[in-house]
Design a protein around this ligand. Structure first.
Ligand code: NAP
Ligand code: HSE
Length: 421
């Protein structure tokens, strides 16, 4: 019998315990052994929970129990779970985690500590979609040319409802929290950090690159408003929070931010809590992955798949997919200023003579050519000017915005969204 302890019996932990109970015969047959959750660890023993497993609030009770084979870490956080996972590995236990924040900071430390002990983390990226396995195993023959993904279910759920139903930001965030999609601190979702954590994990498997959230461009969806949505609808775009990894020569572009993306593109049709990831390999071409990106059951499905694989095969491949170092030390993260794309600008101005001419000139002076333009009036004195541009460098658009914001007729900071073709 394989004995399992679940550290953190919340949204995901409860579902893991329930899947292992409900599908016990099938899962035991697939694993080739009987699997049993012998203990769940929580903070508050008095909370009502929908599980049939003995609970404790003492983590050491499971970490020091020699009978326990696998620790499933589902508590959230960074340093506290790091210490839990480290101790579990040091005590010879296999580990499964869904914790992308932990992995964004400590994946290489944990790989080192684990040695030959297995660490499963399929649930850490894109909930129920087996994207880790796809990259680590299925696409291992390929140089990864690009990864583009909607990998935060909360943001995608919120943007879909804001665009399709006009629901207000705060109300829809509460709904996503009630549905169990959001992180304990939802600023991780709406600020783009959760998607960035996931992107860094994917980038490690794809490129062998060890980078931290601080190293990459991360923007969230907090500033998207109804004018952006109107512009998107008028010009045939959808708005998505996109995580992008691209290999360009010896540079890797790693960024997370909202994008305007043409409604005809497949990825723009991924709505609600669904996640979608496009991975382009040099030999396989484009491959696409789609499924529920958050929520207890979808995430627990991936957690249980890791448990089954560990029981079946142990550590069948190295944690981050490389058995020996790759010449990734040559790869550099492309500086943000060097990003080249199209941009959308929302400029809130006093409705006066010459305003449009001055803004157009400033853009032109910075080598930026306007593609489309839309104007919305608020009363008699205020106007919202909405522009999209042709391709230019990030440093050029930033300089132009900086200059535009200095004009007296500007009412508030210029808002910018990148356009992804
Ligand atoms: P959650 O509902 O907040 O559950 C966290 C659980 O951990 C709770 O049972 C909590 O105990 C327990 N816990 C927290 N700190 C603890 C401590 N110091 N000692 C003992 N127990 C502790 O979170 P969740 O949504 O299940 O997420 C769990 C992990 O999965 C996170 O890393 C999250 O990022 C990741 N994840 C979540 C989803 C999702 O859709 N929810 C998807 C993918 C990955 P109490 O119940 O007593 O407070
Ligand atoms: N909060 C995360 C999301 C959970 O919304 O995508 C899944 O990782």
């Amino acid at each position: 019998m394989v004995k399992i302890a679940i550290v953190g019996v919340g949204t995901v932990g409860e579902s893991v315990a329930n899947i292992l109970e409900q599908n016990r015969d099938l899962i035991d047959a697939r694993a080739g052994k009987e699997l049993k959750v012998v203990k769940g660890v929580v903070r508050d023993l008095s909370k009502k929970r929908d599980v049939n497993i003995p609970l404790t609030n003492d983590i050491d009770e499971v970490l020091n129990d020699n009978e326990i084979d696998i620790i499933v870490e589902l508590m959230g956080g960074v340093e506290e779970p790091y210490n839990v996972v480290k101790k579990a590995l040091q005590n010879g236990k296999a580990v499964v985690t869904a914790n992308k924040a932990l992995l964004a900071y400590h994946r290489y430390d944990l790989q080192k500590i684990a040695g030959d002990l297995p660490i499963g983390y399929e649930a850490s990226v894109a909930g129920g979609i087996p994207i880790i396995n796809a990259l680590k195993v299925g696409l291992s023959a390929n140089q990864i040319v690009a990864i583009k993904g909607i990998i935060n279910g909360t943001c995608n759920y919120m943007l879909t409802k804001m665009i399709n139903e006009g629901v207000e930001f705060d109300a829809i965030l509460k709904e996503a929290q009630n549905l169990g999609y959001a992180e304990a601190d939802p600023t991780f979702d709406i600020g783009g950090f959760d998607a960035a954590h996931k992107l860094l994990i994917l980038a490690s498997i794809a490129y062998g690159i060890d980078s931290k959230p601080e190293d990459i461009l991360i923007e969230g969806i907090e500033n998207i408003n109804s004018y952006d949505i109107e512009f998107a609808k008028e010009f045939g775009y959808s708005i998505k929070l996109l995580a992008i990894a691209k290999k360009i020569g010896e540079n890797i572009e790693l960024r997370v931010h909202p994008v305007l993306i043409k409604s005809s593109q497949m990825i723009s049709k991924i709505d609600g809590v669904m996640n979608g990831i496009s991975v382009i390999g040099d030999f396989v071409g484009e491959t696409l992955y789609y499924g529920a990106g958050a929520g207890g059951n979808a995430t627990a499905s991936a957690v249980v798949s890791d448990i089954v694989e560990i029981v079946r095969a142990g550590q069948s491949s190295p944690m981050l997919g490389f058995k020996k170092p790759f010449k990734s030390e040559n790869l550099k993260i492309l500086p943000t200023d060097e990003i080249q794309t199209k941009y959308y600008l929302r400029v809130d101005v006093k409705d006066e003579k010459g305003v449009l001419a001055k803004i157009s000139k400033t853009l032109g002076d910075n080598n930026i050519s306007i593609d489309t333009f839309l104007q919305k009036h608020i009363g008699n004195e205020e106007a919202i000017l909405l522009f999209s541009t042709h391709n230019c460098f990030e440093k050029e658009i930033k300089k132009a915005i900086n200059e535009i914001e200095k004009y007296d007729f500007i009412n508030q900071k210029v808002s910018m969204i990148r356009i992804e073709d």
